[in-house]
Design a protein around this ligand. Structure first.
Ligand code: DCP
Ligand code: MG
Length: 368
């Protein structure tokens, strides 16, 4: 019939790293719904289902205009039966029953609130939920044992669940640069994560630190953290050491996808920017802000920037594409060619895309 003979309305490539995903798009009413189902699946530790909904949402983000009819989606990748059913319902009735009942459910709301505590993952939140915990305040005078991160998370719950603005991220950038220059002149810092993709707000601020002279960056993190701490700028910090071993012909392959840079998960005490000093006296004079610091050797810097810019789905698909299409193994340290059995060097993100045979996607279009 006629419908089948019509060419598809849109064409979209399969992997997120093969297409441009700008920050602003035309289908937020659909993507928010699918992302809520993805989140709920993640709360149920169903990663496959969660990624499937995330991928479906991501495809809709790349479309140049708002979807009106389900038929327009014919031929698009990553849209499973379940996602299509949800989309169809929203297009026809304005909302999806499954999405709305999930949003209202006690379990979803409790898991959302509990995983919103810094230091609390799905496993812990789920255990607490089964033990009757529903809100962060339920933890205040309960028997539950909290580790240091969770204690800090609970203490600064409100601030840490208030979005970080770009202005606040920039203010923290100035402080981090000061700290880094004080302990290692010539070191360079780069804003990564969502803010590098052009987001105007985020849940944390991510920085990558390096030094153009290879080796100079070794042991840098404890010094930076100590400097910040001495200035009274840290409410919490946990530093993990670099566990990555260099071998003769290149970086050794890490056993997992996790990267092994020197890393610091922290909570900054950011003095209020806008208020004048007398106003500051009155009430809240500072804000707790989550900051992630990562130190990379210069030789791995391009891979580190690419790996820490995100989005998470873009990263996932870059790695999947490298493995499935190119028989290569990509992580935040290196690119390994399994066929030639060697590491491929690169000094820029552009080079890495080119080694993967991909068109270069600028950071602002990696909002997959
Ligand atoms: N990342 C990673 N491995 C991790 C954590 C993060 O590869 N264990 C990457 C992918 C993310 C980026 O680093 O896009 C930053 O992580 P965030 O969780 O801070 O995510 P975003 O910065 O993208 O978003 P938000 O605005 O929520 O901070
Ligand atoms: Mg971030």
């Amino acid at each position: 019939d006629k419908l089948r003979l019509d060419p598809p309305e849109f064409t979209v490539k399969n992997y997120a790293c093969q297409r441009r995903t700008p920050l602003k798009h035309n289908n937020t009413h659909l993507t928010h719904a699918l992302e809520l189902l993805a989140e709920s699946a993640a709360f149920g530790e169903n990663e496959g289902r969660s990624v499937a909904f995330t991928r479906a949402a991501s495809v809709l983000k790349t479309l140049p205009r708002s979807v009106q009819r389900i038929e327009e989606l014919r031929g698009l990748p990553c849209l499973g039966e379940h996602s299509l059913r949800v989309i169809k319902e929203i297009l026809e009735y304005g909302a999806s029953q499954e999405v709305e009942s999930t949003r209202q459910s006690e379990q979803y709301q409790a898991m959302k609130a509990l995983t919103g505590i810094f230091g609390v993952g799905v496993k812990t939140a789920d255990r607490w939920y089964r033990e009757g915990v529903r809100r962060p305040s339920d933890l205040m005078d309960s028997e539950q044992k909290l580790n240091q991160a969770q204690q800090a998370g609970l203490q600064h719950y409100k601030d840490l669940n208030t979005c970080v603005s770009k202005a606040e991220a920039d203010a923290i950038g100035v402080i981090v640069d000061q700290a880094v220059q004080a302990v290692l002149p010539g070191a360079q810092i780069t804003l990564t994560g969502g803010f590098r993709r052009g987001k105007e707000s985020g849940h944390d601020v991510d920085f990558l630190i390096t030094h153009p002279e290879e080796g100079k960056e070794e042991g840098l993190m404890p010094k930076v953290v100590n400097w910040l701490d001495t200035q009274g700028l840290l409410l919490y910090q946990k530093t993990t050491r670099n566990s990555y071993l260099e071998s003769k012909d290149g970086p050794a392959r890490p056993p997992s996808n996790m990267d092994r840079f020197e890393r610091c998960f922290s909570i900054f005490k950011l003095e209020s920017q806008s208020c004048s000093p007398p106003e500051r006296e009155k009430s809240h004079q500072w804000k707790a802000v989550r900051v992630d610091l990562v130190v990379s050797p210069f030789s791995q810097f391009a891979f580190a920037v690419l790996g820490w810019t995100g989005s998470k789905l873009f990263e996932r698909d870059l790695r999947r594409y490298a493995g499935q299409v190119k028989n290569m193994s990509l992580n935040s340290h290196s690119l390994f060619d399994s066929h030639q059995r060697c590491f491929l060097r690169a000094t820029s993100e552009e080079e890495i895309f080119s080694l993967l045979g991909l068109e270069y996607i600028p950071a602002c279009d990696r909002n997959a």
